[in-house]
Design a protein around this ligand. Structure first.
Ligand SMILES: [Zn+2]
Length: 137
């Protein structure tokens, strides 16, 4: 009884939280799975911003400098192994580091960014881009 009540509460909370984001949830065998369905319909580089129109009709404007400083790749964020802790590398940026030349959708997962300084190992998950865009508003 208590478990059913808890499951119902989780469903209600998830549906309330996900309605605006275009995220769908479904229930299978008593367990709730969340399926993140957010993906970009259009991606443009506009001046110093990356503009993204999402499938939920919302739009994000992400400052390129902010985008670059949140690059998720191992070179920028450091790397963890079983034996070592994640180390934050000391990065130095040039003006070209904040200039975005091109973007490419990678599967249904993320967006690869090609920066003017040659850096291109960062693949930004859509969820990260969505969060970065939300922080601007
Ligand atoms: Zn990087």
């Amino acid at each position: 009884m208590a478990l059913e009540h808890l499951q119902q509460q989780v469903k209600i909370r998830i549906s309330q939280r996900t309605k605006k984001k275009g995220i769908k949830w479904f229930c299978c065998c008593g367990l709730v799975y969340i399926l993140f369905m957010i993906f970009p319909r259009h991606v443009d580089i506009v001046g110093h911003y990356l503009a993204i129109q999402w499938n939920d009709q919302s739009e994000s404007l992400i400052l390129l400098e902010k985008l670059r400083k949140n690059c998720p790749c191992a070179l920028c964020q450091g790397e963890s192994t079983i034996l070592t802790q994640k180390k934050a590398p000391s990065l130095s940026y040039s003006p070209q580091s904040m200039e975005l030349k091109e973007t490419r959708i990678v599967g249904s997962y993320g967006l690869q960014c090609f920066w003017a300084d040659g850096h291109q190992t960062g693949i930004y998950p859509f969820s990260l881009l969505y969060e970065l865009g939300k922080e601007n508003s």
